[in-house]
Design a protein around this ligand. Sequence first.
Ligand SMILES: Cc1cc2nc3c(=O)[nH]c(=O)nc-3n(C[C@H](O)[C@H](O)[C@H](O)COP(=O)(O)OP(=O)(O)OC[C@H]3O[C@@H](n4cnc5c(N)ncnc54)[C@H](O)[C@@H]3O)c2cc1C
Length: 306
Amino acid sequence: MNMVEPRHFSGLRGALTLDAPLAPHTSWRAGGRADVAYVPADRDDLALFLRQLPIFEPVTVLGLGSNTLVRDGGLRGAVILLHNPGGALAVADGLVYADGGVACPKLARFAARHDCSGAEFLAGIPGTVGGALAMNAGCYGGETWSVVAKVELVLRDGTFVVRTPSDYAIGYRSVARADGKSADGIFTAAWFRFPSGDGELARLRIRELLARRIATQPLDLPNAGSVFRNPPGDHAARLIESAGLKGFAIGGASVSEKHANFIVNPGRLASAADIERLIEHVREAVAARTGVTLEPEVRIIGEPEA
Ligand SMILES: Cc1cc2nc3c(=O)[nH]c(=O)nc-3n(C[C@H](O)[C@H](O)[C@H](O)COP(=O)(O)OP(=O)(O)OC[C@H]3O[C@@H](n4cnc5c(N)ncnc54)[C@H](O)[C@@H]3O)c2cc1C
């Protein structure tokens, strides 16, 4: 039942939808609905929405949903959909500015166009800048927070704060507050410090990285990238393959034949429960076969179907 209603708000310029399907907003193309979904017009509009949203309502943010499984019972409260194809990018004072809703590949190409180096790895991460900050996304030796100069967040009460990397304890796909307080806020913008370089070389490297991904990842099928974190000194994909799980399926979800750490939804028929059960099965089978307990990298949120 919706507790959030349009009457709670005035002056908004974004799009508010009640009982909104979230599958189209996740790269797995599966999962439940949001009581309320809000696409803000810009950062100030997002702040206005948060100020007017009843304080007891939970808030979840999704970028491109490329690392998220929303259970079939959906999400209570409000879901902020932050992907913004028209989001701002700029160069100023030696830093590259990006709105939180900008897609990472777009940021990588923008940086290359401005003769920066060190942003190429972002070209293959199909999420938003905000999602990359929340996950410390990375690949091929690059990591999001290693190139961050500062970030802007909007907090639950609608106020903005600016923070720097020293405010965070950053690890492999992990971002926590340095002072031990629980993670808070929505990343609305980031300023990156990319070394100056050769734009043509950066574009070449982007093409090479993308070619490597096309060759090794099932990019033609709905997926959420690597499902499990790599355990220290090993690769989750190797362990899953060694347990004979390539191609193993539950309902509409299957372990990719191309990359064993990917779960795909080929017919777009998988429920979130199919995917979650498959994740659990892979974990148990790998633990039984190798003694290693894999930890999910994907974030699983929401309620199971009643
Ligand atoms: C084909 C494929 C390849 C991938 N390759 C890689 C890779 O090489 N390296 C890698 O690290 N990841 C990879 N991923 C996973 C994914 O793209 C990254 O984790 C990405 O950073 C997620 O961004 P998103 O905007 O889609 O986040 P979402 O999935 O929408 O959200 C992920 C988490 O971040 C939070 N979040 C999102 N936006 C914000 C915000 N603005 N402020 C605060 N919190 C926020 C969400 O609440 C959620 O907890 C891949 C995924 C796919 C589908």
